[in-house]
Design a protein. Structure first.
Length: 295
């Protein structure tokens, strides 16, 4: 008997990646551009249309990673970065009604962390952080082998923490290159690969700031490992030196001596993690609701 298939969906502000996953491998996939400025209904219709050929009878569930606040229990997306019309979107109900399939949602950084934990270098570690370095900075947190989402899937928003004159995200993501130099990260990456001294210096500076962000993560969570994903992580070899220099100043040497920091070695971790949401949620044991102290 063949193992079940699950459909993973990675929704971004510029593109959407769909993948049918079986045994940790993407066996079929579709990518399409996001109509970021379109009305909510149009984006939902486009997503549904592209999903339809992939939702076959042997698919056992749909898992979705969304870059925004997510009510995981009710399947409502409260907002999505770079998609202005997506406010209070009943995404779970819409897709479950259309495809008659169980649907599960989480933040996209959570999906990345789950993918790394399930299928990547994170498998041996009970406590890890998946840090997505792209247009912005997001983090997924694994504690005792389980994803920790927090309220509205908003745990791990280290990028929003004030830092210097702006925020962590402004210094540790693609925003750094645009704001600091006026040029996009892909240009600096190409120059760094050619050994350009200025590009290497820019990467070293970004790496040093990223090290300061890791200080905060270590103080708050003390994970065993931190895995880096997203487009900026592709320049790891160029910012590793600055990152290491910054981390060397962390006061708890026994923590940093054991810490693993590495770029993700698997492609499409967010899609794999979104698909893994399905068996993870289906196998979880329901708990009694906890009432607020303020009720």
């Amino acid at each position: 008997m063949s193992s079940p298939k699950y459909l993973g969906v990675d929704i971004g502000g510029t593109k959407v990646h769909l993948g049918v996953v079986q045994d940790g491998e993407i066996v079929q996939e579709v990518r399409f551009e996001t109509s970021a400025n379109a009305p909510q209904e149009q984006i939902l219709a486009e997503l549904t249309r592209h999903l339809a050929p992939l939702v076959t009878p042997d698919v056992a569930g749909i898992g979705i990673g969304v870059p925004g606040l997510v009510d995981e229990e009710n399947g409502i997306v409260h907002n999505v970065q770079n998609i202005p019309s997506w406010r209070e979107v009943p995404l779970k109900a819409h897709l479950a009604r259309h495809f008659a399939q169980p649907v599960y949602l989480t933040n996209d950084a959570n999906a990345f962390a789950i993918g790394e934990k399930m299928y990547g270098q994170g498998q041996p570690y009970a406590n890890l952080v998946g840090l997505a370095l792209g247009t912005g900075l997001g983090a997924g947190i694994i504690i005792n082998h389980q994803i920790y989402s927090g309220t509205l899937s908003s745990a791990g928003e280290f990028g929003c923490i004030p830092y210097l004159d702006k925020t962590i995200e402004d210094y540790c993501s693609g925003k750094f290159f645009a704001q600091r130099t006026g040029r996009v990260g892909t240009e600096w990456h190409a120059r760094a690969r050619q050994g350009d001294a200025q590009a290497l210096a820019v990467y070293a500076e970004m790496g040093w700031h990223l090290g300061q962000a890791l200080h905060i993560i270590l103080y708050a969570l003390a994970p065993e490992a931190i895995f880096l994903g997203g487009s900026v992580s592709k320049g790891f070899e160029f910012f590793r030196g600055g990152l290491s220099e910054s981390l060397a100043a962390f006061p708890f040497k026994q923590v940093t001596e054991r810490l693993v920091v590495a770029p993700s070695a698997i492609g499409n971790a967010a899609v794999l993690g979104a698909a893994a949401l399905c068996p993870m949620k289906q196998q979880s044991i329901p708990t009694r609701p906890v009432h607020s102290l303020y009720e």
